[in-house]
Write a protein that binds this ligand. Structure first.
Ligand code: 2RA
Length: 342
């Protein structure tokens, strides 16, 4: 059986990743529509050996579409209701519907059971949340997690193509002794911008409450919803780093009971979609340069945190455009197909 698929935001980083993954995973596509804003309409893209012309997204674009993959951004709010009205299931990578109680927020390895409650829209969590949830779940299933302290090291591609170009341009300017321009990071819409080359920026997205950024609060609220456990104490610091792709996270856990590092390591190793790379003697640990374009989330530097009774530290790295966005969304669609939910 094949499914008619629309990709909204097909020309952006996540949209292009959807196309790569559809090809790689032999996703059962019947008719395919590539949709984007008026600016990108008319562009030609190759998919599965065929040339497709990108169409401008309109309310009527979703006729006969069964699965609508939304890459993210403000267009979701406009077009998701239209796609649902037309009978499609929307898997949405924007933050618009994530905290809506009627919208499941899903990481298929963690809470696939939530999918069946959908009313037309299923939300893909934020990239840094997905990567963390993948590493927490195998531990959580053995011993409840009391507290999470996470610090992220997020790649510039999380802020879009312009941020990738900004890093490259700044590095070139510095090497050529030219003045450095900063126009995008921390976020194009903000009044001030800072150099990311040879720097770190401890602000991702806008400030929202008590000195936390929106990205930090997403990690708190979305993790609670995915685990359906609001008792986990979570605090986050999210930082942009001069890395092109793959987000890294230093995660400190306080557990409700004993779990040895060996038990944690084997639980993580047995979990689908997680690879343990952890051997200090061999200097083996995950690094973003090597996890890019990989589907799995990588975990290393496992060690006890002896400052509390049951503490565990780990270092988690994952490709935020793949598992943190397009792959997770496509896995939701695959789950729905496998379980006859679409
Ligand atoms: C970032 N969380 O890295 C975003 C991408 N979804 O900025």
């Amino acid at each position: 059986m094949k499914y008619n698929v629309a990709i909204l935001g097909a020309t952006g980083a996540v949209g292009q990743e959807f196309i790569k993954l559809i090809e790689e995973r032999k996703f059962p596509v019947g008719k395919l529509k590539l949709l984007a804003s008026e600016r990108s309409a008319g562009k030609q893209m190759q998919v599965l050996g065929e040339t497709y012309t990108v169409e401008e997204a309109k309310a009527e674009s979703f006729k006969d579409v069964q699965i609508a993959l939304f890459a993210g951004g403000p267009a979701s709010k406009v077009f998701a209701p239209e796609a649902v009205k037309a009978g499609a299931v929307v898997i949405d990578n924007s933050s618009t519907f994530r905290m809506d109680p009627d919208v499941p927020l899903v990481v298929p390895e963690v809470n696939p059971e939530a999918i069946k409650n959908h009313r037309g829209i299923i939300a893909n969590p934020n990239c840094s949340t997905i990567i963390m949830a993948m590493a927490l779940k195998p531990i959580y299933d053995r011993v409840k997690i009391k507290r999470v302290v996470v610090s992220t090291y997020q790649a510039v591609s999380g802020a879009g193509k312009e941020a990738i170009d900004e890093l490259t341009d700044q590095v070139k300017a510095i090497m050529e002794d030219r003045p450095v321009e900063a126009r995008i990071l921390p976020s194009a819409s903000l009044p001030k911008h800072y150099q990311i080359a040879f720097n770190l920026i401890p602000q991702i997205d806008v400030f929202v409450e008590d000195g936390y950024t929106k990205e930090e609060m997403k990690m708190v609220h979305e993790t609670h919803k995915i685990f359906n456990d609001y008792s986990i104490a979570i605090t986050a610091t999210t930082v942009r780093v001069p890395v092109y792709r793959s987000h890294s996270e230093a995660i400190n856990l306080e557990l409700a009971g004993p779990l040895s590092v060996e038990e944690a390591r084997s639980a993580l190793a047995a979990f689908p979609g997680v690879i343990v790379q952890d051997d200090p003697a061999e200097m083996l640990y995950p690094m973003p340069l090597y996890t890019s374009n990989r589907d799995e989330v990588f975990v290393g530097r496992l060690r006890p945190d002896k400052s509390v009774t049951y503490g565990l530290n780990m270092w988690v790295v994952g490709d935020q455009i793949r598992k943190g966005a397009a792959l997770n969304a496509l896995q939701i669609a695959e789950y729905m197909i496998d379980h006859k939910l679409v």
